[in-house]
Design a binder for this molecule. Sequence first.
Ligand code: SF4
Ligand code: SF4
Ligand code: SF4
Length: 514
Amino acid sequence: MIQIKINGENILVEDGTPLIKAAEAAGFKVPSLCYNDELGHFTSCMLCLVKDGENGRLFPSCSVPATEGMSIITDDQEIREARLTGLELLLSEHVGDCQAPCQVTCPAHMDIPQMNRLIAAGKFKEALRVVKKDIALPSVLGRICPAPCEGACHRGTVDSSVSICLLKRFVGDENDLHPFDALPLNGKKVAIIGAGPAGLAAAFYIQLNGYQTVLYDKELAPGGLLRTNIDPEVLPVAVLDRDISAILSTGVLFIGDTAIDKSLFQQISTQFDAVVIATGAIVDELRDWGFLTHAKGIDAERNSYETSMKGVFAIGNTLRFSRMSVRPIGQGKEVAWSVKQYLSGEEPRGEPRLFNSRFGRLFQDEISEYLKESVLSGKVISNDIISKGYTQEEAMLEAKRCLHCDCRDIENCKLRDLSGKYNANQRRYAGNVRKLMTKHFAHSIVYEPLKCIKCGICVRLTSKYQEKYGFSYIGRGFDVQIGVPFNETLEAGLAETAEKVAQACPTGALTVKD
Ligand code: SF4
Ligand code: SF4
Ligand code: SF4
């Protein structure tokens, strides 16, 4: 064993251990995309840069072995900036959507492609679980949302967008609306003032987290503007009541006919562990209650929704008027994160915002690539759709039109993970012209070359496992690509190792299909 110093700590390691592994064993995780435990170092991504503690020089920790007396620093401002530059260079030629454009555009960020896949497979209950993770009132929104997601839908480039809103309505109408059990009560109580769409959504997600939630409203029945301002032909009262009853069935207590004034608010603030204001735009009153306000509403932190009073949060039209109910409903979900963080003793930060690679609109030449996972049929329309919604068969047909624009590797992609951690900007070094996306299918895997960062793991693995053709570097300089040599097919290139290689790929370039 030898002794080295990492971030000022004396560490004993085997002589010759790669510094990246020595640091990891000592609890200092150094990022890397091209290092692979089975294959060792390749020194291509340069994200594992560390600093020589003696002379301040940066060097890759994957390829330098530990030697007696060495001192290294694994994290400081200069190292972070160098890693960030490396990441942004990789992202500059990376073409892929992490989340599908519909999901990014939806103010509640509902996982639309996943809903579509489940509907297409006839798994309607599972589809409802996906919808209700983000949208507390699916049957209501399925009737009144102006569907900004459909404006961003890539299918619009092919013929017309997928009818996302009608599919959501179908899922809400089709199922028993109680897909989640709330966690057991943990003894803490949260008051929500205002039982409109924002307050109802907040109540649902906060109650699911195990907090006893009490929802106050000046009206006898919950629903706010949904009950009073929408034509019942568009939103029948029975539909509204059904969505609301699913929310209340989680254990939320509703106290109606109770107008909250300053003194009742002060009483509530002392009786509850946290408060969410979802009253709508009553700016003068809220100022009188002691909140900082601006011309359009209450002042609150952008991500956490915390107001100038600690433990008091504000959402919906209380912040700023919006005609789209999906926005306050989305905020109701997000504020539940902040309330949970606050009540767990953490700084409220709101819902974690993850990195999203985006490539913009689909080019005509890319349509055929995307249709490989879809069907050619046009939008499903029938005379009854607006009054009755989709039948099961119609919904399945429509859902099959989805192009599945999200990345299969979204949960495991190291590039996405690190880009989020380092707050990378994909556009910093990007050129004006982007290459065309292609998708290749073989065995049980999918290969999308423009998501490849040329880490070489697939090349080395196919060589190690003696694939007849394997993967190789093809071309030179900036145009180098990873692919199967000798113009052989992907099928032939990955005859033995397809799944192994897909699992080792650090991005969504090579993924297992299902
Ligand atoms: S490969 Fe990673 S970064 Fe690229 S689109 Fe997929 S999840 Fe996002
Ligand atoms: S085709 Fe499907 S995944 Fe793609 S944007 Fe439209 S609904 Fe979303
Ligand atoms: S396809 Fe191969 S070279 Fe490209 S990112 Fe995946 S493992 Fe690395």
